[in-house]
Design a protein around this ligand. Structure first.
Ligand code: ZN
Length: 284
C-alpha cells in the first residue's frame, strides 16, 4: 500500500491488528492515514485473492438473518430499516429513480419498487444477483449504465469496493443534477468499535478494505467534488455488530452484554454523533 485510497497521502501509522474472526483467522494490520484518518486493511487481497474470503460457508452480509432464533425479530428490524431508508431518501430526492449499487438479494430495491420507485441494481455475486432478478429487479453491469439517477445508494458496500476511484467516478457521472449519493458505512469512531477493539465486527477484515470515520468521509467527499448534505444514524447496527462482536470475543453470543453495549453506543452517540454505522447523504 503506497497511498491512501481516500486522500492519496503517503504517511500511515499502525492503528490496530485485527483477525479475520469470521473465516480464515488470518491477521491483518489496520494502517491509519495520518492526514484523513481513513484506515486501510493491510495486506489487501486483490480482486481475485479476496474471493475465498467470502466463501466461508456462512458469510453474513447485512440484511441476512444472524440465527434462526432471531429470525422474526430480525425481519421486523429489517422492515423498519427499509422504511427508515426510504423516508430518508425521499426527504432528499425529487425524482424516483434509484440505483442500488451492491444490491445483494435485492430486498431494498424490491421494497422501493413496491413504493413506486423505478429501480436498478448492480451486484457482482451471481447467486445474490439471481435472487434480485427473481424479485423483478433490473440488475445490470456497471459498464452498461446509461441513464441518470435521482438516488444512488451503497448500503455497507463502499468498504468492499476495490477500485474506489473508477467506481465512484462512474457512479457520480450517473447522478442527476439534484441527485444524491447515499453511503452507509461502519464508523470506527463509535463506542462499540472502541469497546470491542480488535473483536469489533465492523472491521470484518479483509472483506472490508477501508474503514471510515466522519473525518475520512469529509476527505472523500472533497476529493470527489461532493458535498455532505447530512449524516444519519443506523441505530440497529450497534446491536447487530455487538452481537457478532461478543461472539468473536467470547466464542458465544452473549446477548445481554451485546444489548447493553449496543444501547450504550446509541446513548453516547446522541451527544457525540458517533453511531456504530452512519448514513451519509452527498450531493454534487
Ligand atoms: Zn488519507
Amino acid at each position: 500500500m503506497n497511498e491512501c485510497p481516500v486522500c492519496q497521502q503517503t504517511k500511515f501509522k499502525d492503528y490496530l491488528e485485527v483477525e479475520d474472526h469470521f473465516g480464515s483467522k488470518e491477521s491483518f494490520q489496520l494502517k491509519q492515514c495520518t492526514s484523513c484518518e481513513t484506515l486501510s486493511t493491510n495486506p489487501q487481497p486483490n480482486v481475485d485473492e479476496i474471493i475465498p474470503y467470502y466463501k466461508s460457508n456462512n458469510y453474513i452480509s447485512h440484511g441476512d438473518s444472524v440465527n434462526p432464533v432471531f429470525d422474526l425479530a430480525y425481519k421486523t428490524v429489517q422492515r423498519q430499516n427499509l422504511q427508515y431508508k426510504k423516508k430518508l431518501i425521499e426527504k432528499y430526492t425529487l425524482g424516483k429513480n434509484l440505483l442500488d449499487y451492491g444490491c445483494g438479494a435485492g430486498s431494498f430495491p424490491h421494497f422501493m419498487q413496491s413504493k413506486g420507485w423505478q429501480v436498478t441494481g448492480i451486484e457482482p455475486d451471481d447467486s445474490a444477483k439471481n435472487q434480485a432478478l427473481s424479485k423483478g429487479i433490473d440488475v445490470i453491469e456497471l459498464s452498461n449504465l446509461k441513464r441518470e439517477f435521482d438516488c444512488i445508494s451503497l448500503f455497507h458496500v463502499l468498504e468492499h469496493v476495490h477500485d474506489l476511484d473508477t467506481t465512484l467516478n462512474k457512479l457520480i457521472s450517473h447522478l442527476s443534477k439534484n441527485g444524491v449519493l447515499v453511503l452507509a458505512l461502519p464508523n470506527y469512531q463509535s463506542y462499540d468499535a472502541k469497546h470491542y477493539l480488535n473483536h469489533w465486527a465492523g472491521y470484518d477484515v479483509p472483506r472490508h478494505l477501508y474503514h471510515f470515520n466522519q473525518k475520512s468521509m469529509f476527505s472523500l467527499a472533497k476529493r470527489f467534488g461532493l458535498n455532505i448534505v447530512s449524516t444519519h444514524p443506523l441505530k440497529f447496527d450497534s446491536y447487530y455488530v455487538s452481537i457478532l462482536s461478543e461472539k468473536y470475543k467470547n466464542g458465544k453470543s452473549n446477548l445481554f452484554n451485546a444489548f447493553r453495549i449496543g444501547y450504550k453506543s446509541n446513548s453516547k452517540a446522541k451527544r457525540t454523533k458517533e453511531y456504530s454505522s452512519l448514513i451519509y447523504i452527498l450531493s454534487k
